[in-house]
Design a protein around this ligand. Sequence first.
Ligand SMILES: Nc1ncnc2c1ncn2[C@@H]1O[C@H](COP(=O)(O)OP(=O)(O)OP(=O)(O)O)[C@@H](O)[C@H]1O
Ligand SMILES: [Mg+2]
Length: 308
Amino acid sequence: MAKAANAVLDQADGLRRMKPPSPVRVIAVTSGKGGVGKTNVSVNLAVAMAGNGKQVMLLDGDLGLANIDVMLGLQPSFNLAHVLEGKCRLEDTLMIGPNGVMIVPASSGKRHMAELSQAEHAGLVRAFSELSRPLDVLIIDTAAGIADSVITFSQASQEIIVVVTGDPTSLTDAYALIKVLNRDHGINRVQVLANMVRDASEAQSVYESLRRVAERFLDITLSFVGGIPHDEWLKRAVRRQRSVVEAYPNCAASEAFRQLARKADGWGMPVGARGNLEFFVERLVNAPVSPLPAALLNTGPVLARAVL
Ligand SMILES: Nc1ncnc2c1ncn2[C@@H]1O[C@H](COP(=O)(O)OP(=O)(O)OP(=O)(O)O)[C@@H](O)[C@H]1O
Ligand SMILES: [Mg+2]
């Protein structure tokens, strides 16, 4: 009897192991203007999601400047460039951050993915496909603006968080980025996060300014994903090269990041998402190089009028 029961259990265990892994959620964090808080949002969202028991990978997608390793005081020996050159595996680049977040350091030297050779493309796809660790979420911290790498990472992701502040130039540049993503690259869904705001009502009004203009002139749905308050504890955490969620969990910014993580957890998976990262890498390397930002012309005054 016990033998039969064990056999059933063994079979169930075997079936569980055969079950394909659940799809990986890929989130790009981007902005029109630099310095609005993308890296802090990426790092703290990753740490907060990992705190909820998710397996999270954080990819430093700012191919020009290494950001995340500096912010977390890490000293990587390898980065994505070494993987592409075949000098190491993706696993070897991983650094472990707070709550077990796996960090892939930036590959300096390559300005954008379009510069990769065919062999490097193949190497990148292989590197991600060979990653044996289970993964629930991949968060990509991109550079600012409409650089090719930003467009490419955004196109390859299922969700795009555009970080914006109340500063009019941040709003204008966010609109310009959203316009390029929408008109030239067919993206019609963006999540807006208001950073460094005084309170919830400022966050909402920052979002409304952007939504009014975007929905009037573009074929896009903007969603308000919340606000992160301006918080001196966050600055202190940056100075200590720590994530604020881990260093000062009780401050207002940390609470807001945990709220953001809960929201991101609730986002539905797109139809057709597969259980590994291959789809993401395929989209990454197959994305066409973005055309010159002709669509940017005249965006500034339109938004400036709407905001002011
Ligand atoms: N919620 C916040 N409260 C207080 N200060 C903040 C907040 N968010 C960001 N900052 C400040 O802004 C600085 C820039 O943030 P961060 O490096 O995350 O921006 P970024 O958009 O990634 O910049 P870059 O475009 O250069 O990559 C931080 O070092 C911190 O001092
Ligand atoms: Mg940054």
